[in-house]
Design a protein around this ligand. Structure first.
Ligand SMILES: NC(=O)c1ccc[n+]([C@@H]2O[C@H](COP(=O)([O-])OP(=O)(O)OC[C@H]3O[C@@H](n4cnc5c(N)ncnc54)[C@H](OP(=O)(O)O)[C@@H]3O)[C@@H](O)[C@H]2O)c1
Length: 220
């Protein structure tokens, strides 16, 4: 499948690398490819992932059968707009982003989601012909891409209003190593409100466990 990953941070790198590793045709979108190549060791990362191309967001959107939003939550609408998500009706958008503001200090960031709104729903409203699926945003990016880093029957979630889009995401997650019974379907996209509000608990679990290789299981 042709996959575009928007996001050149650690999440974009982890997911783009894994998508390529499991056999997909991957590009990474950024606002300024030349500038990105020159920062944070990105050129070296690209050298180590030589099937992946770094392109401008617009070119990434044109490439995509499935688009992964791994941008900073505050920039996700702009990045998706630059990627031309509106111009590709039916595009599956796997949104792994959280809207977090660490500027206030303290143990927890301010969160840009609440019981009546989420980033995923804002993306869906801004790009109504896209099919947005929220997923993977409740864990560290290394665990997203390689769930075997954490032992046990831990889970991830999907939420979205289009069943076929969720199926496409589930297939990608299966290739990452997420068996079907550990991908819990929370229903419609409004459930993204809950998963986007999860981060304070994740931070506490991270602190308590002393490792980012941590996740939760659902015991019935
Ligand atoms: N770190 C984790 O393990 C983890 C876990 C769960 C969820 N998340 C979420 O995953 C997302 C990515 O996290 P990250 O730490 O890899 O990277 P990040 O620093 O949060 O975001 C980096 C990316 O955001 C883009 N970006 C920033 N501001 C933008 C703007 N105004 N307009 C357009 N694009 C903008 C950058 O684009 P350019 O390439 O153009 O500079 C870059 O690609 C975040 O939403 C984060 O909350 C992270």
């Amino acid at each position: 499948m042709r996959i575009a990953v928007l996001g050149t941070g650690e999440v974009g790198r982890a997911l783009a690398g894994r998508c390529a590793e499991v056999g997909h045709d991957v590009v990474v979108g950024t606002r300024d490819p030349a500038r990105t190549r020159d920062r944070d060791g990105y050129a070296g990362w690209l050298d180590a992932h030589d099937t992946i191309r770094l392109v401008a967001n617009a070119e990434a959107g044109a490439h995509a059968e499935l688009l992964v939003n791994a941008t900073n939550g505050a920039g996700s609408l702009a990045a998706s707009g630059d990627a031309g998500v509106a111009d590709h009706p039916g595009l599956v958008v796997l949104d792994v982003a959280n809207v977090l503001d660490f500027s206030g200090g303290g143990p927890y960031p301010a969160i840009g989601a609440a019981t009546d709104h989420s980033l995923a729903e804002r993306l869906q409203a801004a790009f109504p012909t896209a099919r947005v699926v929220k997923g993977l945003n409740t864990m560290n990016c290394q665990v997203m891409a390689d769930p075997a880093r954490v032992p046990g029957e831990h889970v991830t979630f999907v939420a979205g209003d289009d069943e076929d889009a969720k199926a496409a995401v589930r297939a990608l997650l299966a290739a990452f190593g997420w068996p079907a019974h550990r991908v819990l379907d929370l229903g419609g996209l409004s459930a993204a409100r809950a998963t986007e509000m999860y981060l304070p608990l994740w931070l506490s679990l991270f602190t308590a466990a002393g490792t980012a290789d941590v996740n939760i299981a659902l015991c019935r």
